[in-house]
Design a protein around this ligand. Structure first.
Ligand code: TYM
Length: 323
């Protein structure tokens, strides 16, 4: 049996990249014989100085999307990071096994440091992420492509810690789908799809209406060849659409190319948009059927087991450290 951990920040609305790149794999793992921890990482989101007035609502909204997406709750604990203080305690311990240079070399640090005011949180962010992964001794981490470097760093930290204090942690592995691990913006396909895109038409949000979705796909940026062929270097826009269709219909890129070989881009864009509409519709319906009260009781029910697991790991670490 594997132990699975993954996290999502409660900033901004959940988008198609989160769903296809990460949450769909959470759903898959939750239907296997695993122990799953899915965490809304509110402490990580403090790096962006979010508005306290909307924080709670964003946390609840994110958890509702996780439940609506079909995570099997029988063997999954969904919880909020700040409810389990061991995450932060472990983060401090692990910071002693991580080089400053390694943190400075992280792509996300380089991309975001200036934009977020160069505070230390954005530098040490990956250490808290390592603590998240290790607090329940997870060995599987389903994440999108953009988190690969952070997971590599976690593995380095594990090796150093274990070499010094004994085999406490497993070496966690990344789990990713064959397709959909890096969705790009529909408007700027050289940038990844993100919650805070400058051009909102480049991102599909979980609660976009059918009309909005089709409109966004119709206006997606492609090249001028009108040949539906996957080439992530020179045909980024159309490759992104192929990737989305592949992911939603469980097809390889090649199978999608063959299926639509005689279509014009305009027609293909509508096919992809309609696939997205059919995928998001049941998620939106289930989302709308849940109340904040449902979510509050779910969190309450999970919390004791999550805290017990975190405490058990911390006891073992403290004893290995002699503190
Ligand atoms: P976050 O909140 O940015 O994103 C949540 C998950 O969605 C994936 N993702 C994407 N996948 C494909 N295409 C995209 N355009 C796209 N955008 C986002 C992310 O890879 C992620 O898996 N640091 C993490 C949260 C975190 C975490 C952890 C994850 C904190 N602790 C421990 C795993 C394990 C983050 O900011 O994800």
């Amino acid at each position: 049996m594997k132990t699975v951990f993954s996290g999502i920040q409660p900033t901004g609305k959940v988008h198609l990249g989160n769903l296809l790149g990460a949450i769909n794999n959470w759903v898959e793992l939750s239907n296997e014989e695993n122990k799953n921890y899915f965490c809304v990482v509110d402490l990580h989101s403090l790096t962006t100085h979010p508005d306290p007035e909307t924080m709670e609502e964003n946390i609840f909204e994110t958890i509702k999307v996780l439940v609506a997406s079909g995570i099997n709750l029988k063997n999954s604990n969904i919880y909020i990071q700040s409810n389990v203080s061991e995450h932060v305690q472990l983060s401090w311990i692990l910071s002693n096994f991580c080089q400053i240079g390694e943190l400075q070399r992280m792509t996300q640090f380089k991309e975001k440091a200036d934009q977020l005011g160069n505070h230390a949180g954005i530098l040490t962010y990956p250490i808290l992420m390592a603590a998240d992964i290790l607090i329940h001794k997870a060995n599987q981490v389903p994440v999108g492509d953009d988190q690969t470097q952070h997971l590599e760093l976690t593995r380095n930290i594990v090796e150093r810690f274990n070499n010094t204090y004994g085999e406490i942690f497993p070496l966690p592995e990344r789990k990713t789908g064959k397709v959909g691990a890096r969705l790009m913006s529909l408007r700027h396909p050289e940038n990844k799809m993100s919650k805070s895109n400058d051009d909102l038409n480049g991102t599909i949000y979980f609660d976009d209406s059918k009309d909005e979705i089709i409109k966004k796909f119709k206006s997606s940026v492609t090249d001028s060849d009108d040949v539906i062929k996957f080439d992530a270097d020179s045909k980024k826009g159309i490759s992104n659409l192929i990737d989305i269709y592949s992911s939603l219909n469980d097809l390889s890129h090649h199978e999608v190319e063959n299926k639509f070989e005689n279509l014009k881009y305009g027609e293909f864009k509508i096919e992809v948009g309609e696939s997205v509409v059919s995928y998001l519709e049941p998620i939106r319906e289930k989302y709308n059927s849940m109340s904040n009260g449902d979510i509050a009781s779910l969190i309450k029910n999970n919390l004791e087991e999550v805290k017990d697991s975190a405490k058990k790991t911390m006891d073992e670490i403290n004893s290995a450290l002699g503190i």
